[in-house]
Each structure stands twice: as C-alpha cells, then as structure tokens.
Design a protein around this ligand. Structure first.
Ligand code: HPA
Ligand code: MG
Length: 244
C-alpha cells in the first residue's frame, strides 16, 4: 500500500535501487514494435522485378521488394532512436544473414541521431543453425570479436530473422554473460510461428508468414544472400541447392 503513495521520482529511485539487485541486466520497458504484417497470400510475380539471371527458376515469388525493405528500415531506425535516445550504443551485427539489414539500419540510425552527443560503435558476431530449410536446433556462436568491449555497454542486437527463437535466446544470454548493461533486439523479419523459446523482439520491421525466404542477406545453404528483394524459393530452387 505504501508504494501507491510514493511519488514518481521516489518510485523511480526505489526501482533503480532494487532492479540491479534482482537482475544483473536491466531491460527497459518500451512501446510494442509497430511491425508491418505481410499477409499469408501476398506474393508478387518474379517477372515484375529485376532479378539476377542465375536465380531465374529458383524463386517462386517476391514477398517484400527491396524498396519497401529500405523504407521500413528507415522508419525502424527512427523508432529505435525515439525509444533509446541519446545513449552510447553498440550495434551488434549477427553475421552472416544480417549484413544488409545492419548497414541500412546503421546508416539510418546515424541520420536519426545527428544531434546526439554519444557515439555509435559497431561489433560483429557470427551464428549458424540452419541447414537446408530447417533449423538444426543447435546454435553455434562462431565468432565474437572484442568480448571485453561489451561489458557494461548498451547493446542493440541486429538480427535478420526470428523463427524458433533459439538463436536470439542464445545471443541474449551470451551478452548477459559477457556483462552487457542493457540489451535490445532489432529484427528484420519475425516469422508467424510458435516460438520454441520466448525471446524479446523489441524492434521489428516485418511480421512474415511461415514460408522459407531468401534475399537481402538471408540464404539457403549460403546462396541468394546477394538477392535484393525478399523472395520465396521455388521447389526447383530448393532441390537444386540442397546440401546432400
Ligand atoms: N530463410 C533463411 N534463413 C532462415 C529462415 C528463412 O526462412 N528462417 C530462419 N533462418
Ligand atoms: Mg540470422
């Protein structure tokens, strides 16, 4: 009952005092992300787009054209800036899939933060969990440069896709173990499937149907990362680049 009578400042002071005792890593409550939903039946004919000739019959359709991706990522940068504000920030690129999302987001975030007094830094981590079109269930963290540099820092994870949640969960726990101060997640594509493990998705660009997609950095057995548009693969393409 006493707490109800505390004024806002005192309440915040008490929270600041106790939250670090409960959790070594403080998550800040933010507004739910305004992700753009891509409907289940939305697919554009590949003939409407410029696509590399080498991928001609490997793709069934385009679900998010490159221009739409870039426009949405610009908006997302502003949403992130509004929520996080002028704090020192490390953008952590999850390789390889996020390389394009990361560069677009980092560029736009620098524009959004043009009046900020604190700098953005970038770092890179590499994970692998997929073979063919299924998650292996085992997440490998292959490389993290400068582990000590994440201690006590605000980190924004920049990830291409969340589906099972296993990779993102592993990443968040890894950063907590390394002593990051605050961790947020930004996601280009959030798949509409049941998560095997619940993970925070703080900033989401698109919410997509349960289809295997490639392009804008995302691969199928290391192919298609250079594709500009986000596409659904054809049966023929899936067979052609199968690993075994
Ligand atoms: N495409 C590429 N990589 C992925 C996907 C996908 O649909 N889901 C998880 N990793
Ligand atoms: Mg990924």
């Amino acid at each position: 009952d006493c707490v109800a009578y505390l004024d806002w400042d005192l309440g915040c002071f008490v929270l600041e005092l106790f939250i670090p005792l409960v959790s070594s890593q403080v998550r800040v409550a933010i507004m739910p992300s305004k992700s753009v939903p891509i409907p289940d039946d939305l697919e554009f004919d590949t003939n409407l787009f410029l696509l590399p000739g080498c991928y001609q019959n490997d793709l069934k359709s385009v679900i998010i054209p490159e221009g739409f991706v870039r426009d949405r990522v610009k908006q997302l940068a502003h949403e992130i800036h509004e929520a996080i504000g002028d704090k020192p920030l490390i953008l952590l690129c999850v390789l390889k899939g996020s390389y394009r999302f990361f560069t677009t987001l980092a560029d736009e975030l620098s524009v959004a933060r043009h009046q900020c007094k604190s700098a953005i830094k970038v770092d890179f981590i590499r994970t692998k969990s997929y073979e063919d079109t299924a998650s292996s269930g085992k997440v490998q963290i292959i490389g993290l440069t400068n582990q000590d540099e994440l201690k006590g820092q605000n980190v924004l994870i920049v990830e291409d896709i969340v589906d099972s949640g296993l990779t993102m969960s592993r990443l968040v726990h890894t950063l907590q173990d390394l002593g990051a101060k605050q961790v947020w997640t930004s996601v280009l594509l959030s798949k509409r499937i049941t998560r095997q493990v619940e993970v925070p998705e703080d900033f989401v660009a698109f919410n997509i149907p349960d289809k295997f997609i490639v392009g804008y950095g995302l691969d199928y057995n290391q192919h298609f990362r250079d594709l500009n548009h986000i596409c659904v693969m054809s049966e023929q393409g899936i067979a052609k680049y199968k690993s075994s």
